[in-house]
Ligand binder design. Structure first.
Ligand SMILES: Nc1ncnc2c1ncn2[C@@H]1O[C@H](COP(=O)(O)OP(=O)(O)OP(=O)(O)O)[C@@H](O)[C@H]1O
Ligand SMILES: [Mg+2]
Length: 250
């Protein structure tokens, strides 16, 4: 069965172990969650999976074949896309051009890239934003454009680094529906990183919890929700009151 995996991945930054022997698998059509407190190593793992960071140890494999050491644009061409925590759009360009540039970078003709960009914006439900200058968009629209850009060329996998950051409840729900459609309608394997744990519990079949670079727990939303280790990592307490951070978002 096809899958994207991190196998025994460790990353050290000048003595700091950002990741220690991490294993993770992402399957087509499924949504997996990656959670953990600030500095746990979540973005570092996405960087490793997408070629932005070479692991100190371990491997990234696509369908069993090693991709470790491939440059980010080549990883992208193999169908592994990502969004960035900070959005990173071309702020001076119109929205549609932001998607077009990625399409051209993937080898499409300009005409094909524009056609796909327009179709993608429409599919996401933001066709009306196409001619807006990206830097003038509200934060939440910027997030959706970044997802659209990542979906150009129909990647097999998409890694979303805190897509709901700064969103209101209703905006997060809308985003949640979009993420579900990415998995079910496009058959994309999704890795969702979020501090909004409720969103992750509501969407993901399988959740991995990182703390200080190591996996401290993994499993179904139910098992993660009941985990003392996870509560500890987030709250630094054993109190088993109903912590809002572990509420499921419908
Ligand atoms: N390029 C780098 N050089 C040195 N240290 C780094 C580098 N990138 C990350 N780190 C450190 O590695 C650790 C993991 O960082 P990372 O950004 O992966 O965490 P995170 O789980 O994504 O956190 P957040 O939830 O705040 O986004 C942190 O201690 C961070 O300071
Ligand atoms: Mg991060």
């Amino acid at each position: 069965m096809s899958h994207l995996s991190a196998e025994n991945v460790s990353v050290a930054f000048a003595g700091l172990k950002a990741l220690s022997a991490v294993d993770l698998q992402i399957m087509p059509g499924r949504i997996s969650g990656l959670i953990g407190p600030n500095g746990a190593g979540k973005t570092t793992l996405v960087n490793v999976l997408t070629g932005f960071q070479t692991p100190t140890e371990g491997a990234v494999k696509l369908d069993g074949e090693a991709l470790t050491g491939l440059k980010p644009h080549l990883v992208r061409r193999r169908g592994i896309a990502r969004t960035f925590q900070g959005g990173r759009l071309f702020r001076d360009l119109p929205v549609v051009d932001n998607l077009e540039v990625t399409g051209v970078g993937l080898g499409m003709s300009r005409r094909a890239a524009i056609a796909e960009a327009e179709a993608m914006l429409d599919w996401i439900g933001i066709a009306s934003l196409g001619s807006r200058i990206a830097g003038t968009l509200p934060y939440t629209d910027e997030r959706r454009v970044a997802i659209g850009r990542a979906l150009m060329g129909r990647p097999a996998y998409i890694l979303l680094d805190e897509p709901a950051a700064g969103m209101s409840g209703p905006e997060s729900k809308e985003l949640s529906a979009l993420i579900r459609r990415i998995a079910t309608d496009l058959g994309c394997g999704v890795l969702l990183i979020e501090h909004n744990v409720g969103l992750v519990l509501g969407l993901c079949e399988h959740i991995v919890v990182l703390d200080s670079g190591a996996i401290i727990e993994e499993g179904s939303p139910v098992s993660i929700r009941g985990s003392e280790k996870v509560r500890h990592a987030y709250m630094g307490t054993t109190a088993d009151a109903d912590l809002p951070v572990l509420e499921v978002m419908e």
